[in-house]
Design a protein around this ligand. Structure first.
Ligand SMILES: C[S@@+](CC[C@H](N)C(=O)[O-])C[C@H]1O[C@@H](n2cnc3c(N)ncnc32)[C@H](O)[C@@H]1O
Length: 267
């Protein structure tokens, strides 16, 4: 079965009709959804800024289960989702000598494989959640990867202002913009060009809609491809929809961004 059907790409999950139909098809999910809505409402009341709010969501989720907090309901899925990201990057240009920035690295679902593959110090993970970074350090130790000396750092924005210019061959954000309002994505796209090395690329996934753009509980955000491509172009970047990612068993889509070559005026 394809991961994305016309119906799923056109659904507006924020609409009442969609919610009622979904509830009728999945009665067992109603109580957990109501609980989550109530928790999120409370967190939104006490954290007005999106990043503060989402950090509180991660703290609550990670306290229950760090694997579920990054979106994997079992160890098997956690391993499979990490492998999928890793394989795709290696098949699409990542090399052991590269320096890589993993935005929203979570508890190293893909990160531990990337750390293992890259040369010492080649991996730099950032996240807004201290709780998930603590879990990440646990995974690093469990996997015996201490000698690779990755950087794992907290951030509150995506200006990358503390990172050096032209540093990273690869920048990566898996399942981060699917939880981000457009201002957060805009900030990342406005600033990523400065830290990309010549020839470098930035791959990110997003929840794609072909219908109306919408969000659910300020946790999940659905964008049209054209919106994100236009945003990248506004910041002097070229953006390419990665068709072959669609063949992988994953609900999100992927875009690769590169710095646009200067126009030298030649005909
Ligand atoms: C669904 S998890 C995915 C984690 C990891 N990329 C993976 O695939 O396993 C999303 C992660 O992004 C982090 N995150 C969300 N918004 C962020 C932002 N604006 N900047 C950095 N990290 C963010 C969350 O704290 C969380 O760890």
């Amino acid at each position: 079965m394809p991961n994305k059907t016309a119906a799923s790409l056109n659904a507006n999950r924020s609409s009442l009709v969609h919610k009622v139909r979904y509830a009728l098809r999945n009665p067992g999910k109603v109580v957990p959804y109501v609980r989550r809505s109530a928790r999120d409402w409370k967190l939104r009341m006490t954290h007005r800024d999106h990043v503060d709010y989402y950090r509180a969501v991660m703290a609550s989720d990670a306290a229950r289960d760090p694997r579920a907090a990054v979106g994997s309901q079992s160890e098997e899925r956690w391993l499979a989702l990490g492998r999928m990201q890793f394989d795709y990057l290696v098949e699409h240009g990542l090399e052991p000598g590269h320096r890589m920035l993993d935005i929203g690295c979570g508890n190293l679902r893909a990160g531990w494989r990337l750390i293992d593959y890259l040369d010492e110090g080649g991996y730099y993970g950032i996240d807004i959640s201290p709780d998930i970074l603590i879990a990440a350090k646990g995974v690093l130790a469990e996997r015996g990867l201490q000698s690779k000396l990755p950087h794992l750092t907290i951030t509150r924005d995506l200006t990358f202002s503390f990172l050096p210019e032209g540093r990273f061959d690869v920048v990566h954000a898996h399942s981060v913009f699917s939880h981000s309002p457009i201002e957060v994505i805009d900030e990342a796209l406005a600033n990523v060009g400065r830290i990309l090395a010549p020839g470098g690329f930035f791959d990110f996934t997003f929840d794609r809609t072909e219908g109306e753009e919408h969000q659910v509980l300020r946790e999940d955000f659905y964008y049209r491809t054209g919106t994100l491509v236009a945003l990248a172009e506004k910041h002097g970047l070229d953006a390419r929809f990665m068709d072959d990612w669609e063949e992988r068993p994953h609900g999100q889509s992927k875009i690769r961004v590169t710095v646009r070559a200067p126009d030298n005026g030649a005909d």
